[in-house]
Design a protein around this ligand. Structure first.
Ligand SMILES: [Zn+2]
Length: 122
């Protein structure tokens, strides 16, 4: 008699959600830490602000290995002047590599290193 019901209800209790696995992690984040990090946090905030104020930074010298499409080139900023090892630079005193870096370093390089034609183009 009761076998009819018995079969239908097997397995009813086997699926139980695992309690407390995902909700038991306390939140330790940033500002709650009392000592030692408060100074560092201040510096990080300052760094974020400074990063927006490029005029504060004056790049005086730089060496970059620039991976171009066909070859890699050595680009340098020295004494307010660009140098690049590519052929194009020899003829023009500027090239895709130096001009790309001018854009990356926008506002941080001396005016002597800004390619005149680029100043108009941007
Ligand atoms: Zn170049």
């Amino acid at each position: 008699m009761d076998t009819l019901f018995g079969h239908q209800h097997i397995g009813r209790d086997t699926v139980q959600p695992a309690h407390g696995v995902f909700c038991s992690l306390p939140q330790y984040e940033g500002k709650g830490r009392p000592h030692m990090n408060s100074g560092l946090i201040g510096k990080i905030d300052k760094a974020k602000r400074y990063a927006q104020e490029r005029g504060r930074m004056h790049v005086k010298g730089l060496k970059v290995d620039f991976q171009g499409e066909n070859d890699s080139h050595e680009v340098a900023l020295e004494g307010g002047q660009w140098r690049c090892s590519c052929d194009f630079f020899d003829g023009w005193g500027a090239c895709a590599h130096t001009m790309a870096l001018e854009r990356v370093l926008d506002g941080m390089i001396p005016s002597s290193a800004i390619t005149p034609m680029l100043a108009h183009a941007s």
